[in-house]
Design a protein around this ligand. Structure first.
Ligand code: SAH
Length: 456
């Protein structure tokens, strides 16, 4: 449909019914077949919307007034829900979110993967879906001469000063508040993104929920950190559970948070956390799931789907710091892990030693290159687990898995669309998708995590 043919014009007011949600959580309405995306509107709702943008084939609207609200609608509990881009679903009951996530996976499997024989299981949610995050990454700036730290306003880089986040663990909120206060007192300057001036760019707090250990990371524009000694001393006096204070230097004009250089200012290089019976060392830059409670649920589900008896050889592709690998190693004969980030692999090896596993081995590299090499060396696996980033598995990797012919494949996915695409490749290669289990790792956001398994 061309722009001229769009049945609405900018600033028109239209009465619509919301039919669905987009993957980023906006309501979808149709006006004579033309899709109008309306943020913060829920399926089933009848409302008046103002058209704010008209594009070829689709447009955007804003809710003007509600005619009939959805029974799933609730008052967003967070006072900054409408300004902050962090959560998208606080206007929807938790129950409805879980149902929606299940439906979204089901729809995408059918639409993209042409997989119709599987009924996606109901999403496993949290009993207490607030305060779940174990990591806070807070941007720091300056406003009228004072240091501020909070969050970026939705779709912008304007920092809103803020002391509390309802999905963040209280300990992390406390750490951020205290560091902010100390930095203000000592006159440390917040970073000015436009002028590329100032000192402190981000404060990152990491909390080992099951050990109580805290890490504070100060990300600075240059090496220099004024009043460093006093700051460090006051941080660890004010926050008794701090085990590690780290500085990371990021001199670039970029919105990537971390720079290349990291140094320990005080205490340890790592904090520890446990998932089930396994202990993990976490460094400032390690990837570690942010919702520890649901991580246990997810990994237990992956382990259940792997159905190990102790005699199997298992490959964990995209293994990060070896979290899933070590979970699998509890019940397998031998586990191979592969991961592209060298630091993550040294963490994985350390974690294996820390827990006394001698049946795991890790390799650094692209899974799509290392797996064919393993295959050429004669490595075969009974079970292969993959946990790729959002873009899903590389084609070469999928091909190698099909060549290796494992009995089972367990697929952990943070993106239902690429999961569906890859499951289709497995189905065409002689596998059958048996179960798909969504696990809610990120309540109040649109993110959907799943674990699926296939049998040959
Ligand atoms: N299984 C881990 C990590 C999953 S995140 C956990 O649960 O903690 C996905 C991981 O894939 C990241 O650690 C990322 O660095 C890694 N990765 C991305 N592309 C890769 C590739 N081509 N080959 C191997 N690993 C890759």
């Amino acid at each position: 449909m061309s722009k001229q043919q769009a049945p609405v014009n900018k600033n028109d007011v239209v009465e619509v019914t919301i039919e669905d949600l987009t993957h980023d959580g906006a309501g979808v309405a149709k006006v004579d077949g033309y899709a109008l995306f309306i943020p913060k509107a829920l399926p089933g709702e009848r409302l008046k919307a103002k058209v704010v943008k008209v594009k070829k084939g689709y447009g955007f609207g804003r809710v003007l007034n509600m005619i009939e609200a959805s029974p799933d609608r609730v008052e967003a509990p967070c006072p900054v829900f409408n300004q902050c881009g962090g959560c998208q679903f606080q206007h929807m009951s938790y129950d409805a979110q879980l149902r929606y996530k299940q439906k979204q996976v089901q729809d995408v499997l059918e639409r993209i993967g042409k997989i119709t024989a599987v009924t996606v299981r109901p999403t496993i949610g949290m009993n207490e879906p607030w305060r779940y995050r174990n990591k806070a990454q807070v941007p720091v700036g300056e406003r009228e001469g004072g240091l501020i730290a909070g969050f970026y306003q939705e779709r912008s880089h304007r920092i809103i000063d803020m002391d509390e986040c309802m999905i963040q663990h209280e300990e992390n909120d406390k750490v951020i508040r205290q560091v902010k206060e100390l930095a203000r007192e000592l006159g440390i300057r917040g970073y000015d993104e436009e002028k590329h001036r100032g000192t402190l760019r981000h404060v990152v707090a990491r909390y080992g929920k099951n050990t109580g250990e805290i890490m504070v990371v100060l990300i600075t524009r240059g090496e220099e950190l004024p009043h460093k000694k006093t700051l460090i001393e006051r941080i660890h006096t004010a926050i008794p559970h701090v085990k590690s204070i780290v500085q990371n230097v990021n001199p670039k004009r970029t919105n990537v948070i971390f720079g290349d250089k990291t140094k320990v200012l005080w205490g340890e290089e790592y904090i520890y956390d446990t998932i089930g019976d396994i202990k993990f060392a976490i460094s400032a830059r390690s990837f570690y799931q942010v919702n520890p409670e649901q991580t246990k649920v997810l990994y237990d589900q992956a382990l259940e789907f792997a159905n190990l008896t102790g005699s199997e050889t298992v490959i964990d592709a995209y293994c990060g710091i070896g979290t899933i690998s070590l979970f699998l190693a509890q019940q397998a004969k031998h586990v191979y892990g592969v991961e592209i980030v060298p630091e993550a692999i040294s963490d994985a090896k350390r974690n294996a030693r820390l827990n006394g596993f001698d049946n795991v081995q890790f390799a650094v590299g692209e899974a799509e290159k290392v797996m064919p090499w393993w295959y050429a060396q004669g490595v075969r696996a009974d079970v292969i687990v993959v946990d790729p980033p959002r873009k899903g598995c590389d084609e070469a990797l999928l091909k190698t898995i099909l060549n290796m012919k494992p009995d089972r494949v367990v697929y952990v996915s943070c993106n239902p669309a690429t999961l569906a695409r890859d499951l289709r490749v497995f189905e065409d290669g002689g596998y059958e998708t048996k179960d798909v289990q969504p696990v809610d790792m990120f309540p109040w956001t649109t993110h959907v995590e799943c674990v699926a398994w296939l049998s040959r």
